[in-house]
Design a protein around this ligand. Structure first.
Ligand SMILES: [Zn+2]
Length: 155
């Protein structure tokens, strides 16, 4: 759980923004606006219908082996960036990785394997059980047009 003290972009009060951990998804927890201003913003925005949202959909573009290989190649590029950053030869953001929370089979104690990775600028999530290596699920994150109920290409 990470908290950061910051100043509200509207009213200027000093407040604690919770960047991670239980409670960080609270609708009034925001990195830019204090909870009081967020309450006003939320009431105003509740009147505006959403038009687009990010959504995870099943993907059949790659097999499990293909996707894991491509994710490894993508990670290798990030390893190189990380090493150069550590040496001080380039200025780059620290390496961040999205972490999936695996399911646990309480009968066998087996942990589900999950992995996020970006391939060709698209974010994928893959999950599988080592005891059933040929059964897996691949999802990709897309932008969804809520008015026409369809995926937006190249959004
Ligand atoms: Zn404020």
């Amino acid at each position: 759980m990470t908290h950061r003290m910051t100043y509200c972009a509207h009213c200027g009060v000093h407040y604690a923004y919770q960047a991670s951990g239980h409670g960080c998804l609270h609708p009034l927890n925001d990195s830019k606006y204090c909870p009081n201003c967020m309450a006003v913003i939320k009431v105003a925005l509740d009147k505006v219908p959403k038009k687009v949202e990010k959504r995870w959909i099943p993907s059949t573009e790659y097999t499990k082996d293909q996707l894991l290989k491509l994710m490894d190649e993508s990670d290798a590029k990030l390893d190189w960036l990380h090493e150069e950053r550590q040496k001080g030869s380039i200025i780059a953001m620290p390496r961040l990785r999205r972490i999936g929370i695996p399911l646990i089979d309480t009968k066998t104690g087996e942990y589900q394997k999950t992995r996020y990775g970006t391939v060709n600028d698209k974010l994928y999530h893959i999950s599988w059980w080592d005891s059933k290596p040929d059964e897996y699920e691949i999802l990709t994150e897309v932008y969804w047009d809520l008015i026409n109920d369809k995926m937006l290409e190249n959004y």
